[in-house]
Every structure is written in C-alpha cells, then in structure tokens.
Design a protein around this ligand. Sequence first.
Ligand SMILES: Cc1cc2nc3c(=O)[nH]c(=O)nc-3n(C[C@H](O)[C@H](O)[C@H](O)COP(=O)(O)OP(=O)(O)OC[C@H]3O[C@@H](n4cnc5c(N)ncnc54)[C@H](O)[C@@H]3O)c2cc1C
Ligand SMILES: *[C@@H]1O[C@H](CO)[C@@H](O)[C@H](O)[C@H]1NC(C)=O
Ligand SMILES: *[C@@H]1O[C@H](CO)[C@@H](O)[C@H](O)[C@H]1NC(C)=O
Length: 420
Amino acid sequence: MTELTNLRTYISAFVTALPFSFFLLWSWRQRRLNIQDTDMAQASTKTVIIIGGSWAGINVAHGLLKEVPSAKVILINPSDDFYFNIASPRLVAKPNDIPREKYIYPIVPLFNKYANVKQNFELVLGKATSLDLHGKNVIVQDVNNGTTKTLAYDYVVLASGSTSNATTGTGSFQVPFKQSGTTEVEAELKAAQEAIKSAKKIIIGGAGAVGVEFAAEVAEAHPSVEVTLLTNSDNVLVNLREPTRQKAAKLLKQKGVKILTGKTVTSASKDSAGKWNVVIADGQTLTSDIYVSTTGVLPNNEFIPSSLLNKNGWVEVNNHFVSKADSSVYAVGDITQYSARLVSRISGQVPVLISNLKADITGNGKRAAYKDDPSLMIVVPIGKSTGTGQTGSFTPPGFLVSFVKGKDYFTGSGKKFIAG
Ligand SMILES: Cc1cc2nc3c(=O)[nH]c(=O)nc-3n(C[C@H](O)[C@H](O)[C@H](O)COP(=O)(O)OP(=O)(O)OC[C@H]3O[C@@H](n4cnc5c(N)ncnc54)[C@H](O)[C@@H]3O)c2cc1C
Ligand SMILES: *[C@@H]1O[C@H](CO)[C@@H](O)[C@H](O)[C@H]1NC(C)=O
Ligand SMILES: *[C@@H]1O[C@H](CO)[C@@H](O)[C@H](O)[C@H]1NC(C)=O
C-alpha cells in the first residue's frame, strides 16, 4: 500500500516535473541558439579590407571567401585587371610573343565560383590614400574622377606590394615591370614596345634578375640594337652563386649584351634632344636612346602610417603576418619586411595569414606560423631557349630553364597562380 502511494507520488511528481524539464531544456537550447545567432551576426558583420589586388591580395581574397564565408571582403585596387608582371621582360621586348589573355586577367570573374560572392565580395576601383588606425577606416580615391570615400574595416590586409623607378618612370624610361596604378598598363606596354623597337642604343642600369632577363630579351628580339648592362658589382646577379653569375655573363655576351662592371648610376635624365644621360659615380656620363633602371624595389607605402613601417619603409609583421604595431592590421607579399620579394614566397605566406585571420574572426581554427626560407631558388631565362639560375647548390642547365620558364615566362599556366 505504502509502495503504491509512493509510486503515485513519484508519478505525479514526474508529471508535474515533465513540462518544467521541457521548459528548462527549451530555454537552454534557446540560449544556445541565441549565442550562436549573435556569433553568426558578429561574424557576418566583420569586414576585411584588402589593399592591393595582385598576387598577394587576390589570393587572400580567395582564402577568405573559402575559409571564412561569413566575412565581407572588400578588395581595393586601381585596376580591374590583374597583370602577369613577371612576364614583362618578354612582353616589352617581344610584343606578339604572348597573347593578351595570358597576361591580363579581369579580377572580378576570378571570384564568380563562390556562392557568397554577390553579398560578400566587392572590388573597389581606386587607390588607398590614407589608413586611419584609430577610426579603423581607409580613404580611397576613385581612379577615374578623383573623388574620395571612407570605408570602415574590422581587419585590413596590406598587400600593396612594391614598385620601381622604371615602373613609375622616375629617372628612367618607363617600363611596366608592374602596374603603375596611374595609367592603363596596356598603354604603357605599347609605348615601351614602340620606343624599344626604334632605339639604337639602350642602357640598363642594375644587373639583378630583372636587368639580366630584360637585357637578354631586348638583345634577342633586336640584334641590331646596342644593349649595355651596368652593374656596380664585379659581375651580374650579385646575390647568386659564382657558377650562376659566370654562366649568366657568358650567355648575355653571346647574345651581344655589353656588360660594364663597377658602374654605380648616380642619376639619369632625358635631355632636350630626347637622349638619356646616365651619370656614373666615377664621373663618366653615358648616353643612349633609352635608359632603364632596374636597381631595386620601392615599397608602395604612401598611405601607410609610419608607425607600421620599419626604417626602410616596409611593413613590419610577426610570423602570423600581423603588424607588430596594430593587431587589426595584416600585411603580406612584397610590402612586408621579408626581403625575398618573390611570387614563389607568397604562396607559402597566404595560407598562414588566412589561418590567423580566420582564428581572429571566428575564434576557431589553428594559428599557423611562417618560417622564412633563407635559401634563394630562382630561374633566370636568358632569351627563349637558355638561361641559368640556382636551386640550392645546383645550377640548372639552359634547356631546363627554358622548359620551366624561358619558353613562356610561366604564362602557359598563368591562371593557376590567381584562380584560387
Ligand atoms: C620584372 C619582374 C619579374 C619578376 N619575376 C619573378 C619571377 O619569375 N618569380 C617570382 O617569384 N617573382 C618574380 N618577381 C617578383 C614578383 O613580381 C613580386 O614578388 C610580386 O609582384 C609581389 O606581389 P604582391 O601582390 O605582393 O605585390 P604587387 O605585385 O606589387 O602588387 C601590388 C598591388 O597593389 C596595388 N596598390 C599599390 N598601392 C595601392 C594603393 N595605395 N591602393 C590600392 N592598391 C594599391 C598595385 O596596383 C598592385 O595591383 C618579378 C618582379 C618583377 C618586377
Ligand atoms: C566617381 O566615380 C564613381 C565610380 O567610379 C562614382 O560612384 C561616383 O559617384 C563618381 N563621383 C563623381 C563626383 O562623379
Ligand atoms: C629611384 O630614384 C631615386 C631618384 O632618382 C633615387 O634616389 C633612388 O635611389 C632610386 N631607387 C631605386 C631603388 O632605384
């Protein structure tokens, strides 16, 4: 009897408790959902502005659209086209060698494959002119009409890269080794191609990989043009191994390129007769129809606060690609302090940046760390069928350099570098 009463008490307690338990369960679930909702809401409002739409910036945009689909991605670039700049020595010297669609790629269609592209991706055509770290916004100047607008960010990725005096035409005949950001690259290419075709004497100052490749392309395309390559060192390709340097010099001479060593260019300018006067540190002045400077790279940092830059003007990042001075600022590619400024490095940098940015935005995922590779792996075509380079202590034979790069300057497989 008592047992029955007990059972009844249990049952009634259970029946009373049941709706209460359901309520508890429901409200707990609801709280969880609310938390998830606010997580989602916060995540979906995170805006990442990428400044610079080239090798680095385009690949960061791909990484975000793939890995952090909730983020809003704004890519700022002066041009709506990507320029396969590493083929420029060939493009300038041999206008008809590579078809246009292999070196100019419209940027927006590269992202059409993402389901969220319409809502979450925007290409803003313009130049960032200032970066306000406190207000977290970027001022962008429209390329066509010069008007400015202010865009707010949660995170900004600096991918504005580097330029050179030849690219901007500063103390040098203008050669589009990169996009200048001010004029259409195709117009610049055409102007350079025409002038080189009608020149009799060309001087190239600086014998790094760009100077060597360019001298070889011009000499091969125009055997009657006198091409002189100046180096301030004792031979070309100063950072590379001796066998590579000697091989390069030998192949250049075979193409008719004159190499002058120990020549430091102090200035160069075009006179009223249209000739270039190239002043050398030893007091000598050389003259030519065209002078092209390939003496080094310059950071595209005019809009970047100096607190983010090292003493040479590059953005100082940690091994997560986060600015050492501001944790909302990332940077990648040529604009960072990492001094091997090569496309081949960017492919290792972008995934590290994405893993960290993803962790910042979503709170999930493993943070990868970047380890810079001190070895220099490089192939330097000398014309279409030969060249040199180095991978470790190996100097690749000419036919291999031609096969890997010289035949088409990578343009045959160009799209794979930027298609995501
Ligand atoms: C002639 C030449 C040959 C090369 N060959 C090779 C090679 O064979 N292999 C290799 O690995 N590397 C090579 N390199 C190096 C390679 O080109 C660079 O490492 C690469 O371009 C760096 O990419 P990036 O995206 O960091 O910057 P960049 O390519 O310099 O691009 C920067 C982008 O940012 C934009 N930008 C700049 N300022 C602003 C602003 N204020 N607002 C908005 N946008 C801005 C620019 O217009 C540009 O689109 C070569 C370089 C040159 C010049
Ligand atoms: C400038 O051009 C942009 C598009 O490129 C446009 O949105 C803007 O309204 C223009 N501004 C003026 C003042 O013409
Ligand atoms: C670029 O040109 C300026 C002005 O002529 C010169 O001072 C500077 O050293 C040059 N820089 C490089 C990297 O060529």
